[in-house]
Design a binder for this molecule. Structure first.
Ligand code: NAD
Length: 381
């Protein structure tokens, strides 16, 4: 919970005997497009239930974002939404994107709102954990033994690299500049190294140093920083093509991976297959303050939007990350994670992970999680 700006004092929801005042956290909610609003509804139901169980005082405010905001207000990240996010302790985001070819003008692209929001919030470290849940991998094309004991986290640099570089776009030629400076690399590698220290002390840095200048800087900066500040860590460098292969063949060997923006984007969609489906994977984006941006890694899924069948696990597990990292309620986070795991293990599965079994709707799956959360004691559902 952040003290300045978004954190307010209020006296209304806490028993008088426990505290005379309570901190209120402002949560900005941006449902966005496609299945974004469907999974956001599920995430909010779980957030509200977890907050009630742990007497967390939340003020939840929704705002237009992405294609919905473009259509209503003419911009994917309108000023009112910007202001709300800047004032918030945490932002919960569904997904952004409209069907059809992307317009050449970036100001008219819903996805530009995502890039602008990440830059605005300064959230340079995007954490994407992959931890297959028992039962969810049954629908995976990968062999069960390759999924057992997988517990990895990708730290993706989020506010630099090719997605943010200068662009030239003509009829017959186009160019995207990929640029990084040492400071941008060091801050995200330092973040990943601290995380590795709290886990199994293994850090794998992924680049393309045999071809790309930015990757050579990435590799030398990473080697020097880890040698100077984290000599206790085991550091490995992998080329991105080898990393893509080893994620499917030796995923259990990885602990923390750190990589640049585009490689992280692609590798984590691939790694989500380990968890059974793109719909299973959550993310948290963090900068130097306590404010975080929480969103599932999937997009708007236009092929299933509006049908009520989207898997809300990625969103609900993103809510768990918010409880942990921004709201400083780790016990509540563990309860949500345990409730999701229990629901899946008990057979509540949306179509993407149901295999041959019966498929739950988004609403039915969310109810299954809420029921288990209700019954959970001491962090175990
Ligand atoms: N963070 C974001 O908002 C974000 C991320 C990626 C793509 N996008 C946008 O989303 C749109 C669609 O992109 P795409 O099709 O490449 O990727 P996508 O992630 O939307 O979908 C890829 C595939 O995964 C399935 N899928 C995704 N999430 C699912 C869920 N929760 N439950 C069940 N199945 C799920 C979809 O049905 C689809 O078959 C594009 O406009 C793209 O720009 C947005």
């Amino acid at each position: 919970m952040r003290a300045p700006r978004g954190t307010r004092l209020s006296g209304n929801r806490m028993p008088a005997e426990s505290r005379s005042f309570q901190l209120t956290s402002l949560i900005a909610v941006l449902p966005g497009d496609g299945i974004g609003p469907e999974v956001t509804r599920a995430g909010l139901a779980v957030l509200r239930a977890a907050a009630a169980r742990h007497s967390l005082d939340l003020r939840i405010e929704e705002a237009p974002f992405g294609g919905a905001a473009l259509e209503a207000l003419g911009a994917p990240l309108p000023p009112s939404t910007r202001d709300l996010c800047m004032d918030a302790d945490a932002v919960l985001l569904g997904a952004a994107g409209l069907p059809g070819p992307p317009p050449a003008n970036p100001a008219l692209r819903p996805e530009q709102g995502l890039l602008d929001l990440r830059a605005l919030l300064g959230v340079y470290a995007n954490l994407r954990p992959i931890r297959p849940l028992p039962g969810a991998g049954e629908a995976s094309p990968l062999r069960e033994e390759n999924l057992a004991s997988v517990d990895l986290i990708v730290v993706r640099e989020l506010t630099g690299g090719i997605y943010f570089g200068d662009k030239q776009e003509g009829e017959d030629a186009a160019a995207d500049l990929c640029a990084y400076n040492r400071e941008e690399i060091e801050r995200v590698v330092r973040f990943a190294a601290k995380l590795a220290r709290q886990r199994r002390s293994r850090l794998c840095s992924v680049d393309k140093a045999n071809v790309l200048a930015t990757s050579r800087l990435w590799r030398t900066a990473t080697s020097r920083l880890v040698a100077d500040e984290f000599p206790d860590l085991e550091l490995q460098h992998l080329l991105v093509d080898a990393a893509a292969m080893r994620l499917l063949t030796h995923a259990a060997d990885f602990d923390v991976l750190v990589t640049e923006n585009m490689f992280g984007d692609i590798l984590t969609d691939e790694a989500s297959v380990l968890a059974g489906s793109l719909g299973m994977a959550p993310s948290a984006s963090i900068g130097d303050g306590g404010r975080g941006l929480y969103e599932p890694i999937h997009g708007t899924a236009p092929d299933i939007a509006g049908q009520g069948v989207a898997n809300p696990c990625g969103m609900i597990l993103s809510v768990a990350m918010m409880l942990d990292l921004s709201l400083k309620a780790p016990q509540a986070a563990r309860e949500v994670e345990a409730a999701v795991a229990a629901a899946v293990a008990d057979g509540a599965r949306t179509a993407d992970i149901a295999g041959q079994g019966p498929a739950a709707s988004t609403g039915q799956f969310t109810e299954a999680v809420l029921e288990r959360l209700e019954k959970s004691k001491d962090g175990s559902a």
